[in-house]
Ligand binder design. Structure first.
Ligand SMILES: [Zn+2]
Ligand SMILES: [Zn+2]
Length: 439
């Protein structure tokens, strides 16, 4: 078959399976599960893969599942990723009434795109080199941290991010390039964006310990841990003038416990925060300032503070050649005017980690109104929300794996990894530490 014939057949096969793909996306939306608990979501993927007579690996990082479409000859391996997990937002009308879980980050659509790409490629894979791994991965949202800490303590996971864990387990070792797509915040039209990367982050927990006492009778006997937190917060705000614009630093704390009882001087106050920035260096630099601020709060009132820091995700780097190829195919389907390169994305993803190790892309896709994670997030355009990105992915994979000296080989050869897998894990481990400050 010619390249054009292969592509036409792939697009036809996606259209032929339109209903199955859309139903899968809708079923996943209707039964949201948060990270490392996505057993039913994975089963839905399994049901489709099982009908395809392909190699399947299940239970990867607890819930991950991958299916491999093998080409006619050995060659590069392209991974198509879909994220399985929902997040928690009790206010969303579609939220699970008990858990608050809801697909307000569009991951249900990602699974439809990943499986849709498979529908497009499975009957023409013999015309290509190498293979394609369709990979449903767990736990992208960095939430539900107590549960994940429990899994970690039990030795069931090492990392909180699903892709991080799968990298650690070696499940990406045989994959040369990775492609995924993500819903864009409040973009109802049929547009796609390639961002200039994204922020990375680390997660922090701080517990201020003072001394509880009667707030009316004997406040002088107390040490007010809430005041310690207040000073820490002011100190963090005082650092902001030192943040460089190009680093896109964000430090966003919340208070998770502000005291026990209104008539008792708060003796135990807890807080969580992220430190985000566009480079690992800026994250490290800001983190030093935040630790200093937390200690300053404790010092000011004579309290103590325990700080637990956990590696989050590294900044995203979209591979240039792979981006251009995907965007060229996107333009073919949604039109030149609806395809654009934009500035960096302020959020974070464990796809960032992946793109430090191998060429990868994380284009953003319209078809949704309402901001990501908000109660208003919803599908506006079914064709785009479930089908079109699968077509763009399929065309891109065909371009990557077609012919001698195929393009995937060139992109892989031109890519320089930021570090080896061992060095990557060393970095994550160095960003995970506990410290206690007391006088
Ligand atoms: Zn999200
Ligand atoms: Zn997401």
């Amino acid at each position: 078959m010619t390249l054009r014939e292969i592509k036409t057949k792939a697009l036809e096969d996606i259209d032929l399976n339109r209903e199955s793909i859309i139903n899968l996306g809708k079923e996943i939306f209707a039964e949201p599960e948060v990270g490392y608990k996505e057993y039913r979501t994975a089963e839905k993927v399994d049901r489709i893969f099982s009908g395809w007579n392909i190699d399947i690996k299940r239970g990867l990082a607890l819930t991950g599942i991958r299916g491999t479409l093998k080409g006619a000859r050995p060659g590069p391996v392209v991974g198509i990723i879909g994220e399985l997990d929902a997040l928690i937002n009790h206010d969303h009308p579609a939220a699970d009434s008990e858990t608050g879980a809801v697909h307000a980050c569009g991951h249900f659509a990602q699974i439809a795109w990943m499986v849709g790409t498979g529908f497009g490629l499975r009957h023409i894979i013999n015309e290509l080199n190498g293979s394609v791994v369709l990979f449903a991965v767990p736990a992208e949202e960095f939430i539900d941290l107590e549960f994940r800490q429990g899994l970690k303590d039990e030795g069931k996971i090492k990392y909180f991010g699903g892709k991080q864990e799968l990298i650690h387990l070696g499940e990406f070792d045989d994959i040369d390039l990775v492609i995924m797509n993500h819903a864009q915040s409040d973009l109802p039209g049929r547009n796609v964006f390639m961002t200039d990367g994204s922020n990375g982050f680390i997660g922090k927990f701080a517990r201020f310990t003072g001394r509880a006492s009667h707030a009316g009778v004997a406040p002088e006997k107390g040490i007010n841990a809430l005041n310690a937190f207040n000073i820490a917060l002011t100190s963090i705000h005082s650092q902001r003038e030192t943040f460089r614009d190009q680093d896109m630093v964000r430090v966003h704390p919340i208070i998770t416990k502000g005291g026990d009882s209104v008539n008792v001087v708060p003796g135990d106050v807890t807080s969580e925060m992220y430190v985000r920035a566009r480079t690992t260096e800026a994250i490290r630099d800001t983190n030093i300032k935040v630790d200093r601020s937390l200690k300053a709060g404790a010092m000011g009132v004579g309290a103590s503070v325990e700080i637990k820091t956990t590696a989050g995700y590294l900044p995203l780097r979209n591979d240039k050649q792979l981006s251009d190829l995907w965007m060229k195919n996107a333009a073919e389907i949604v039109g030149e005017d609806n395809v654009s390169y934009t500035g960096p994305f302020g959020g974070s993803t464990d796809m960032g980690d992946m793109t430090h190790l191998k060429p990868g892309i994380h284009p953003m896709v319209g078809a949704f109104s309402g901001d990501l994670h908000s109660k208003d997030f919803k599908v506006t355009d079914e064709e785009m929300a479930f089908i079109i990105p699968a077509k763009i992915n399929a065309l891109t994979v065909i371009d990557l794996l077609y012919g001698d000296e195929c393009m995937a080989e060139k992109i892989t050869a031109d890519f320089t990894a930021e570090f080896s897998k061992d060095k990557y894990e060393e970095l994550l481990d160095s960003l995970t530490y506990n410290l206690i400050w007391k006088e």
